[in-house]
Write a protein that binds this ligand. Sequence first.
Ligand code: IMP
Ligand code: MG
Length: 183
Amino acid sequence: MLIRTPEQDIERVLYTEKAIAARVEQLGAELTAKLGDQRPVLVCVLKGASFFYIDLCRCMNCPIDMDFIAVSSYGAGARSTGVVRLIKDLDNNITGRHVIIVEDIIDSGLTMQYLKQLFAARDPASVTTISFLDKAGCHDASLKTDLVGFEIGNEFVVGYGLDYANYYRNLPYIGVLRPECYN
Ligand code: IMP
Ligand code: MG
């Protein structure tokens, strides 16, 4: 089995564990202020958003419901296939509920667009979108996410839930993958 190491593959650290924690705390406070009295349903987009999701839930000072959805657009590589596939649907009905979609990163914006359409058809009271990272230069400005942790450039990043071919999800920081790894 191929073993990869961060020493080989990570070019530099973009956000430290400490910087991540500080930003997630702010985002949790913002969401609490916006929807705290509505008992929102936070939807985790598996698997990439899992670390962010759990930290964000902990930073929300209000009653919430937790639910999980899994979609895939990447396969095993570093480029989107352009087709979003639903792998696991929500467990609960969101009709009439205030829904918060929690994503790890917006690249082409296709995944978030797909999820917004999927949920809109179920008549929620509202849908709010949040993504930990946003490659703002990689998608149309009309695909706007309501809340973003950090805007980043067009680089492939790993850690804090984000993977490259399933590696590096459990790094506690966000690191930039060396382009040689996927070129
Ligand atoms: P989009 O549909 O092109 O916006 O892609 C969104 C999904 O692709 C994210 O939820 C991630 O799972 C994955 N993705 C996009 N960019 C990166 C990256 O730089 N590192 C790791 N995963 C990424
Ligand atoms: Mg994802």
